[in-house]
Design a protein around this ligand. Structure first.
Ligand code: NI
Length: 373
């Protein structure tokens, strides 16, 4: 319910929704559907394939500002029509009917999704009602294949929540450290980690993947509401240095858009996957790029003691520790790391708090590994 309401706020629907109606009438028959409707937006128009032979065909499909997308949509619509025609002819069903309408969903600057309602009525009374969904990257024109943009009820699942304020901790006479967690959220381990951090009252920084954040917005929301910082680890975890500019724009921009819709704030920091950067990445990131100074390779060993020992041996005042909240072993290691660090006079901060505490003046596109005194 709220999801839908909020979606309306964030989507382009408010004020600019245009509903194009197409009246279909056939003088020779009592058409079972006199109207089909397709929902468009200001930059999406309705194209139609209408064929009143013996077969009754009315297919709506969208056209967008991107020609590459339009070619794929036109192909898709024509395939639907041709498949319908050939099966009707094969079965000798001369009076079959096909109706296709669509709704348009936009997510941020980059993702556009279409939901097609397909209705087939057969002369033999067999009928087919089906929903098909196709999403595109509006900038590159490529298909976006991630089933999580629509949920099982075919609703887009990205939502928005209010802001939350993080209060800086007292850092006097303490060593400072920032724990960072990449590649989540994970349905099980992120939740367990948040329990641990809550119990220990430890703030952390999550570099989430946009694709996973849109799938588990509740986890991102919980982390954000608990006072943790949400940074972007891009949308799909690709090596940005191997991508053309349009894809770099998408990976950074769409992930930021997803995070902003969930938390109400753009991510203050980006961590490029694999720490891979080049000039194009630095120029595209609208935030400072945050790396790390301690890497226990928790994903590789998945060994609690090894992770614990590496972190304890290598963490210094101002360190940024790289961990992943997608492994149970990492959560177990964190349970050991927190009390031992406190024993050694460390205080835990988010990356933002750490940088602020050290008076770092961060610049967008610049790279930071730690914040030594
Ligand atoms: Ni990663």
């Amino acid at each position: 319910m709220t999801l839908l309401a909020l979606l309306c706020l964030t989507c382009v629907y408010v004020g600019i929704l245009a509903i194009q109606k197409m009246h279909l009438s056939n003088p020779n028959k009592n058409a079972p559907f006199s109207v089909i409707e397709s929902q468009t937006t200001d930059d999406v128009k309705t194209e139609a394939i209408v064929d009143w032979g013996n077969l009754m065909i009315a297919v709506h499909y969208p056209s967008t500002p991107n020609e590459k997308i339009n070619q794929q949509l036109s192909q898709y619509a024509n395939d639907l029509v041709n498949q319908f025609k050939s099966s009707a002819h094969k079965n000798g069903y001369a009076n079959d009917e096909l109706y296709v309408s669509f709704t348009t969903h936009k997510s941020g600057e980059f993702i556009i999704g279409f939901k097609f309602d397909i209705i087939e009525r057969r002369t033999n009374n067999a009928s087919r009602n089906e929903v098909q969904k196709i999403s595109f990257n509006l900038k590159t024109g490529d298909r976006v294949v991630f089933e999580d943009y629509f949920d099982e009820n075919n609703q887009p699942i990205i939502a928005q929540i209010p802001n939350n304020i993080v209060t800086p901790e007292d850092t006097e006479n303490k060593k400072l450290v920032a724990l960072t967690f990449d590649d989540g959220p994970h349905s099980r381990w992120t939740n367990e980690l948040l329990d641990v951090l809550q119990e220990e009252n430890v703030p952390a920084t999550f570099f989430v993947l946009g694709s996973r954040a849109s799938r588990y917005p509740d986890l991102v929301r919980r982390a954000f509401d608990s006072g943790h910082q949400i940074g972007s680890h891009t949308f799909n975890h690709k090596d940005l240095t191997k991508l053309p500019q349009g894809d770099i724009d998408f990976e950074i921009g769409e992930s930021a858009a997803v995070i902003e819709r969930i938390t109400g704030q753009k991510p203050a920091f980006t961590r490029p996957p694999y720490g891979a950067v080049n000039q194009a990445v630095q120029d595209t990131a609208k935030t400072p790029l945050i790396m790390w100074s301690v890497d226990p390779e928790d994903w590789k060993s998945q060994n609690i003691d090894q992770i614990f020992t590496h972190v304890m041996d290598n963490t210094k005042d101002g360190s940024i520790v790289l961990l992943h909240d997608i492994y149970g072993t990492t959560i177990e290691a964190v349970k050991k790391i927190i009390p031992e660090m406190r024993q050694r006079n460390f205080v835990f901060l988010t990356v933002q708090q750490l940088m602020a505490a050290r008076g770092k003046n961060l610049e967008n596109g610049s790279i930071y590994y730690q914040a030594a005194p």
